[in-house]
Each structure stands twice: as structure tokens, then as C-alpha cells.
Design a protein around this ligand. Structure first.
Ligand SMILES: [Fe+2]
Length: 258
């Protein structure tokens, strides 16, 4: 595994060094300008959007200026199913196949696992055993619905961004991986989830990066995570990014995502 590094958009000295390999972006909520500007500046090999993208036009059009500069990947967030436009501009875009949800993809030399969406108790409250979930899969839910209750002949648009046990389990059994990206937070966050930790540990990842909460956290540096934890966790705020590998200063626990 390569060493860890954090970069700042305005850190000229860092820019003069080699380009970062991977960059992770907090929830854009329709504003992709910071993503475009950061990619044009740093030229990372690949980027991952951490959900709640809500592109105002199809994502491949919004990110058109950087599609030839970097490899674009994403997970979806709960707000990506808020409206038909939010949904179609992501899941109907020409780069919809770059969704990492429920799978592991080798990106820039790292095996990156993705868990998009959020936990909704109507589907699965992860504080309860997984076998007690109301629905194990979107197919199982769809089968209980009348034709007129369906959206585009499937489950409701809202629950297209709910985490189903089947998606979680499929990912859990797909390891190992190096990095886990999630929309929901791991348990180090006050509103995080133990099952995210369990997923990370089973996959054997070194790093978990999440969005959703609009907060930047370096959980280890902030004392919210033990140095003995099996993985290091970061939260990334909207409009912010985290670069991987991290720098030597972050190895000692100083600094945080920008
Ligand atoms: Fe969210």
C-alpha cells in the first residue's frame, strides 16, 4: 500500500509535486464547479463523488470539461432521487455505469468499494439484525407492489437511494478492497453506523471516506477514532475534497481534509 497524503487546493508547494492519484469530493448538490476547478488544477488520475450530486444537467455534460482529464466515478446519495431531474441526470447520464454502489472496482491501482444511498428504516434499520429487514432487496419490495404503485415499473424513486441488505451483502462478499467510499458515515460519526465499520473491516480496507453530513473530519486526528482502529476514516464536506495518498503530516494525525 502506498503512503498517505492530503493536499490543499491552494497549496502551491504541493501542486509543484506529483499529481494526486485519487481525489474524493463531498456532496456537490448541483454545484460541480469546485470539482471541475480542482481537477483542472491537480489533474488526479481519478475522482470519486461521494453522493448527493444533483447534477442540473446530465452528469457527463456537467463534467464534460474534465472527462478527458481524469477518470470519473461516483456513488449516489439520498438526494439523488429527490426529483425526476436529479435521478435522470445521474442514473440516465452517459457515465451512469461509473456508479460504484455495491461493487469493487480497481481505480488508479486501488480496489475501491462503494456503498451509495442511506439506511431507511422502512427498508432496513441496521441497528436490527439484517435478516429482520422489511425487504431484503429492491426486487423483493417490487414484488409486493401493485403495478400502479410502481415508479417506472419498479420500486419508488425514493427507495432507489435506500440501502437494501442484498446490496450490502453482495459488497461484503466481494472483498478484499483497499478503500471504501460511502454516503453514510462509519460509527466514528455521531450519526454513523456500526455496519459501515463491519463492512470496512470485512473488506480489509485501510480507508473509509464518506459524504452526506456536510462536515470534514479526520476522525483519527480529532480523537474520534482510536489509533488502533483497523481503518482510517474521513468525512468530506460539500465543496471540499480529500486526496489520496495522504501526506506525511497526516500520518502523525495533524491536519484534515480540505
Ligand atoms: Fe445525503
Amino acid at each position: 500500500m502506498k503512503p498517505l497524503i492530503l493536499l490543499d487546493l491552494h497549496a502551491q508547494s504541493e501542486h509543484q509535486q506529483s499529481a494526486p492519484t485519487l481525489m474524493f469530493f463531498g456532496d456537490p448538490h448541483g454545484d460541480l464547479e469546485p470539482v471541475i476547478a480542482t481537477v483542472e488544477y491537480f489533474r488526479p488520475e481519478a475522482i470519486v463523488l461521494l453522493g448527493d450530486i444533483q447534477a442540473r444537467r446530465p452528469l457527463h455534460i456537467e463534467l464534460g470539461p474534465i472527462l478527458k482529464l481524469t477518470e470519473v466515478w461516483f456513488i449516489h446519495g439520498n438526494h439523488d432521487t429527490d426529483s425526476v431531474e436529479d435521478f435522470d441526470n445521474l442514473f440516465g447520464s452517459q457515465i451512469a455505469d461509473r456508479n460504484l454502489h455495491g461493487r469493487i472496482v480497481e481505480i488508479a491501482g486501488y480496489k475501491v468499494a462503494g456503498l451509495g444511498g442511506i439506511f431507511r428504516s422502512k427498508i432496513w434499520d441496521p441497528r436490527q439484525p439484517i435478516e429482520k429487514a422489511a425487504f431484503q432487496s429492491s426486487d423483493a419490495m417490487r414484488r409486493t407492489m401493485k403495478r400502479e404503485e410502481r415508479w417506472r415499473d419498479g420500486i419508488s424513486r425514493k427507495h432507489r437511494s435506500s440501502i437494501f441488505p442484498a446490496d450490502y451483502l453482495q459488497l461484503l462478499r466481494s472483498g478484499p478492497a483497499d478503500i471504501l467510499v460511502t454516503h453514510e458515515a462509519p460509527s466514528a460519526h455521531a450519526h454513523g453506523w456500526q455496519v459501515v465499520d463491519e463492512l470496512a473491516e470485512t473488506l480489509g480496507v485501510q480507508l473509509v471516506i464518506h459524504g452526506h453530513h456536510h462536515e470534514s473530519h479526520d476522525y483519527l486526528a480529532e480523537g474520534m477514532q482510536s489509533a488502533a482502529a483497523p481503518f482510517r476514516a474521513f468525512g468530506v464536506d460539500m465543496g471540499s475534497h480529500l486526496a489520496w495518498p495522504l501526506g506525511p503530516q497526516e500520518e502523525t494525525g495533524s491536519g484534515g481534509p480540505v
